[in-house]
Structure formats: C-alpha cells, structure tokens
Design a protein around this ligand. Structure first.
Ligand SMILES: C[C@@H]1O[C@@H](Oc2ccc([N+](=O)[O-])cc2)[C@@H](O)[C@H](O)[C@@H]1O
Length: 422
C-alpha cells in the first residue's frame, strides 16, 4: 500500500503530463471548423418531392429511406468542384485552427478509401477520389489540425449497426459491427492520413463501457496524441466535454469543453435553409464561449458539388476580419476570473493581462469592480500604438473593495466586439 501510494501521484501526474501535452494545441486554438459532408448533400433536405424540416444529414432516417434506395445516391455523388485548398483557406481566413470533417456519419457512408466497407467515396461513386486524403494533405501543408467525426454507434447502412429500424429487425450483433467496420475504419483513419488531431465520436446510444473503452484504447494505441472528444459513451472518460448542439453555457465551466454549432439550422447541406446567423452574433459567441473557458466548433455543410455555400464563406470571412485584429484575446486565453458575464460583455485572460470584450459600448466612464491587481496600463487591442487610456484606481479600505475607472473614447473602436486590454 505504502509503495502504491508512493507511485500513485506519479502515475496520475504521468497521465496529467501526457494530458496537458495532448490538449495544448486544442486549448490554444479555441476556434475550429466542423464539416458535415456526405451523400445527404444530394437530397439536400428533400425526398421524393417532400421537404423534411429536420437537420439535413438525418434525411435517411426521417424519410425512412430503405438502404437499397439510399445507396443509389452514391452512384450520383460526383463533387467535381471540390477543392481541399478552398475548404482549408475558408477555415484559415476565419481564424480557425482545426477542421473536423464527417469521415462517416449515421448513414454509414465513408468519405475516405476503406477496405472495411465498399460503401465509400472511392469504391462506390463516379468521383472515385479520397477527399479525406486531399484535405489531410492540405491541412498538413497549411498547419491546420485535421480531425475526424466518426459515428461509432448509429449506422443506418449496417444490419448490425444501430438505429435503422425500418430495414432491419431489432436483433443486432453490435460487437460484430464494431469488429468488422468501426475498428478497421478507425485504424484506416489513424494510419493512412498522417497525424490526426482528434476523433469526434458521436451519439453513443447503447455502446457498453467495455466497447467504448476498446475504441479509446485503439485510438490511444494508434496515435497517443490524438484527442478523443466528448460523445464516446459507455461512461468512459474522454479528453473533453461536448455541450449539446448550439448550447452555450450561461456561465464559466471548468475543464475542457466545446460547443458544436451550426451557421443555420442544419449540419448537412439543405438547399432551402437560408436562416444564417449574423457574423456579429457569431463573433460575440466566439468571445463569450472563450470567456467561459470553451472552444467553438462552427459548422459548414458543403453542397453535393463539393462547394461550401457562399453565404457560409462570407459570414466566416467577416468573423475572420475581426480575428485578424483581435485574435490575441482568443488564442491561448483562459476563462474570465469573474466566473459570470457582464451586461456589457465578458473577459478572457492571459498571465498579467485581461481582455475586456465589450459588446455594448458605454462610450464614457467605465467601471470594473473587484480587480485587486495593480493596473499598469489600459489600451485598445485594435490600437497598434497601444495609446494609454486614462484610468483611475479606487480602494475603499472599509469594504476592502477595489474599483477601476477607465475613461473610454466616445466611439466604439469596433461595432461588434471592442476589446480593452488591462
Ligand atoms: C453534431 C450533431 O451531432 C448529433 O446530434 C446530436 C447529438 C447529441 C446531442 N446532445 O447531446 O445534445 C445533440 C445532437 C448528430 O446526430 C447530428 O447529425 C450532428 O452530427
């Protein structure tokens, strides 16, 4: 026992060291691109002339399309306009540092070359090329981390996969599906495309702890530095937590977590969904999520031709314009020391610096309560000359209360998020 206790801290410490190393790029990144792309981009929300209001990538289930019918989409899938450079530049220009693409979603179709299942983009489509390979090469060239979304439980194409109850009887040999499709495909993804930043498992459903642990062990054994995201299931601990879709926590959440979010109301492309969020709202969400300690994984849904909808590109470019000036208050920052947001905005921090992200510019005297640290300088992040903003510190010894007063310029330096650095 004494011996064990002697070692436990080191083992735990060992795990931690490895964990911090594994998470370093991800914690610094704060902002990533999610890509939901697959056969579902062809029906684009409609089937046999009927429009389905739900998220586009679920059309096979929502329209209860038999496998025999849905498979035919592969014979039509020919994204000739696909250009990995455009995808990566759209992410990079937005200030995103990692890309997470659907290597296989719930419909079971693999967007990469797979020996484990002929139901893949190389063997089953007229296009015949491995888009994941093209993206991997471009990401490595552009130093963006490439990550793979993989639906480990739901697979509507496989009789032993879960959740297709319109083609297949209830009885499933789920372990057989894991052994014959999931594990071989994860091995292909973690062997054939160079360094993989992260595996984004999704919708665990009824996977057991043992089965989930076996998938975690497989990823760890093939690429120890590869991060495993929140929805593995089986109660098995992963490297960070995923909030529900588009769910923004009300206040700071400790630990590593990420918000997966849509630009409109679907992940997979839908031709009639033009309900786009504004770049202003998205920029404020990016800052607010960072101020609460989280990452933001913002989605695009390319068309069947292989193009990211222009509206998405334009919105992300505007977020990128703000990031070009202000990314210092996002990358590598920690959550606000105040644990709650303010009516005017929120705060991110780095050692010795606070970044006040002001959404509602007060345009005159601005007060920050409770900051005990002695203030050395206050300036606007957008001001490259870092001209000092007048400030005054007050201390009430009776209440041991600190108050900082900053004389802000009348005009907001930025109409989206103006950042004041203390
Ligand atoms: C990113 C999305 O993830 C899942 O949908 C979910 C899964 C879990 C929750 N959840 O835990 O709240 C919400 C939506 C998928 O079903 C969906 O198609 C998309 O890929």
């Amino acid at each position: 026992i004494a011996l064990l206790n002697a070692f436990t801290p080191m083992i735990f410490a060992q795990k931690n060291i490895a964990q911090d190393e594994r998470m370093e790029w991800w914690r610094d990144a704060r902002f990533g691109m999610f890509i939901h792309w697959g056969l579902y981009a062809i029906p684009a929300g409609e089937w046999e002339g009927k429009e389905y209001p739900q998220i586009g990538e679920w059309i096979m289930k929502n329209a209860r399309i038999p496998v025999a019918e849905y498979e035919k989409l592969a014979q039509q899938f020919n994204p000739v306009k696909f250009n990995a450079h455009d995808f990566v530049m759209t992410a990079k220009n937005a200030g995103m540092k990692y890309i997470t693409i659907t290597s296989k979603h719930h419909d079971g179709f693999a967007m990469f070359k797979s020996e484990a299942s002929k139901y893949n983009i190389v063997d089953a489509t007229p296009y015949g090329k491995d888009v994941i390979k093209a993206l991997a090469d471009e990401c490595h060239k552009q130093e963006l981390k490439l990550c793979f979304y993989y639906s480990q439980s739901r697979d509507w194409h496989e009789p032993n996969g879960l959740d297709n109850d319109w083609d297949f009887p209830k009885e499933r040999d789920f372990q057989k599906y894991l052994d014959e499709k999931v594990k071989p495909q994860l091995t292909e993804l973690l062997t054939n495309y160079g360094l993989v930043g992260m595996i984004w498992f999704d919708t665990p459903m009824t996977i057991s702890e043992e089965q989930a642990q076996s998938l975690k062990n497989l990823v760890r054994s093939l690429q120890p530095a590869c991060i495993i995201s929140g929805r593995l299931g089986g109660g098995v601990e992963t490297d960070y937590k995923s909030t529900g879709d588009n769910v923004i926590p009300a206040e700071t959440v400790s630990g590593d977590w990420e918000v997966p979010a849509t630009l409109n109301n679907t992940w997979g492309f839908k031709k009639n969904d033009h309900n786009w969020k504004s770049p202003e709202a998205l920029t404020r969400l990016l800052f607010d999520i960072a101020a609460k300690g989280g990452n933001y994984l913002l989605n695009v849904g390319p068309t069947a031709e292989g193009v990211i909808p222009q509206a998405s590109v334009d919105i992300l470019a505007k977020v990128g314009k703000w990031m070009k000036t202000n990314s210092e208050c996002i990358y590598g920052t920690k959550a606000s020391p105040y644990k709650m947001e303010f009516k005017w905005g929120n705060i991110t921090q780095k050692p010795g610096k606070l970044y006040l992200g002001i959404f509602n510019w007060p345009g005159s005297d601005f007060y920050l309560e409770g900051l005990k640290n002695k203030v050395k300088k206050v300036y606007l992040l957008s001001d490259k000359q870092q001209k000092v903003l007048p400030f005054k510190e007050y201390y009430n010894s009776d209440t041991d209360h600190h108050r900082l007063k900053i004389d802000l310029p009348e005009e907001a330096p930025d109409k989206v998020v103006s950042v004041v650095v203390i």
